[in-house]
Write a protein that binds this ligand. Structure first.
Ligand SMILES: [Zn+2]
Length: 426
């Protein structure tokens, strides 16, 4: 019903004007970002979770990128600037000529420049029809389009737009719609300005004034006006006429956020190891092995409607799919740490789910039975009560999963953002 209609509507409604310095000269400049609802997992009534964090790729993942068309020159420019992100995000864009690809790029699907958000690219696309582009829920069409690129496009425009659209493809949303921004819009001026471009009030609200809240799983916790994901607007749209610079490079904030989402090996961030479970006897001296275990994650999903029979508690069920090489018969601990979106760790007070420094954490031990072991359904349950959230309402949080071998962290999934709706009437 609603779920079937919403993705299509969302796309039409969210075809955002890419407001640039050249905007006043042409109305053909659009950026449509299809920040679609997850139609596979519509939010259940009464669910605590506001969003299913499913848009993020796995750190280190190879993401195949295929051009569906385009001149060699334009393709080379897209490749050049897409790869800038690889310096700051542990992601490997592999440009392929044929076969399946997670990201599929066109130049003529429509006149806009747009991208699907993160992993949505793998299952959603746009196809060209006589009546313009049309959303399809499969990978037969483009997941990204650069509608105004041609052989005469300036270097700066190739850079700015490619960085921006690949930012969406990595899961980043628009920064000017960050919930934490405090842009004082002159709303009448905003409606008037976009009205002149032929936009309805509703469309202007959806694309300019609306802030991400309920549906954000990947965004900066802290508002960053210098982000490549921030649009440029003329000063008269803002009270006091604050001038917003047009961003053409990755900001320090952009580099930081993708580094958090897709960390390289071990980052400088030291997370204390989990506390040994007092009910589990300590293992006797662990075997000494000469090789380093190698973990490869292929998926992490979260069910926000989890329930544990044993404790009769509601909570989140984390399901990880990964393999371990060189880990035969060694004991490992998977630990999940929880933070506010700005990075403040959640504090534990009852010593039930905690790390050695007193922060909220949950963990589970495992021992691979094979030299090359595959874990297809490794589940960890985290009761909501043990997050020990003191406030109610919508709370923006993030988690990271680490794997420990004794006191050494040997793998990490990077941070994933999520929002909980905590009932106030308890
Ligand atoms: Zn955009």
């Amino acid at each position: 019903m609603k779920e079937l209609i919403r993705p299509i509507l969302a796309c039409i409604l969210l075809c955002l004007a890419f407001v640039t310095a050249t905007f006043s000269q042409t109305t053909d400049v659009y950026s449509c970002v299809t920040d679609l609802v997850n139609a596979e997992n519509p939010q259940k009534t009464g669910s605590r979770a506001v969003h299913q964090p499913s848009k993020k790729w796995i750190p280190g993942q190879k993401i195949r990128v295929k051009f569906l068309e385009g001149s060699d020159y334009v393709k080379s420019k897209v490749m050049e600037y897409a790869e800038v992100w690889e310096e700051y995000a542990n992601i490997d864009f592999v440009f392929v000529e044929s076969g399946a690809a997670e990201i599929r790029i066109s130049f003529t699907t429509d006149k806009g420049s747009w991208s699907f958000l993160g992993k949505d690219s793998t299952v959603q696309s746009m196809i060209k029809t006589p009546n313009g582009s049309q959303f399809v829920k499969n990978d037969t069409g483009a997941s990204m389009n650069f509608g105004w690129f041609n052989n005469k496009t300036t270097e700066e425009e190739f850079k700015r737009t490619t960085l921006h659209e690949f930012g969406h493809a990595l899961g980043l949303r628009h920064e000017h719609q960050n919930k934490n921004q405090n842009i004082q819009w002159n709303e009448d001026a905003v409606y008037a300005y976009f009205g002149k471009q032929g936009w309805s009030k509703e469309k202007t609200y959806e694309q300019v004034l609306k802030r991400y809240g309920n549906e954000n799983d990947v965004t900066n916790g802290v508002y960053d006006p210098l982000s490549i994901m921030h649009y440029w607007y003329p000063p008269e749209l803002i009270k006091g006429g604050v001038k917003i610079r047009q961003n053409t490079e990755l900001s320090e904030g952009d580099k930081k956020i993708v580094g958090e989402l897709y960390p390289f090996e071990e980052t400088a961030t030291v997370i204390p190891p989990p506390v040994s479970n007092p009910t589990t006897p300590k293992p006797t001296s662990p075997p000494v092995v000469p090789t380093t275990p190698v973990f490869t994650f292929s998926d992490v999903s979260v069910d926000f409607d989890g329930h544990e029979e044993k404790s009769d508690q509601d909570g989140m069920i984390f399901t990880s799919v990964f393999n371990v090489k060189n880990g035969l018969k060694q004991e490992f601990t998977m630990a999940i740490y929880f933070y506010e979106a700005d990075g403040t760790p959640l504090k534990d007070s009852n010593k039930k789910f905690y790390s050695t420094n007193g922060n909220v954490a949950v963990f589970k031990k495992f021992t691979p039975a094979y030299a090359d072991a595959v874990f297809k359904q490794f589940q960890i349950f985290m009761p909501y009560d043990e997050l020990e959230l003191e406030e109610c309402g919508e709370i923006n949080l993030k988690y990271t999963i680490g794997i420990w071998s004794g006191p050494k962290r040997v793998a990490s999934t990077g941070y994933t953002y999520f929002t909980l709706d905590v009932p106030c009437d308890e």
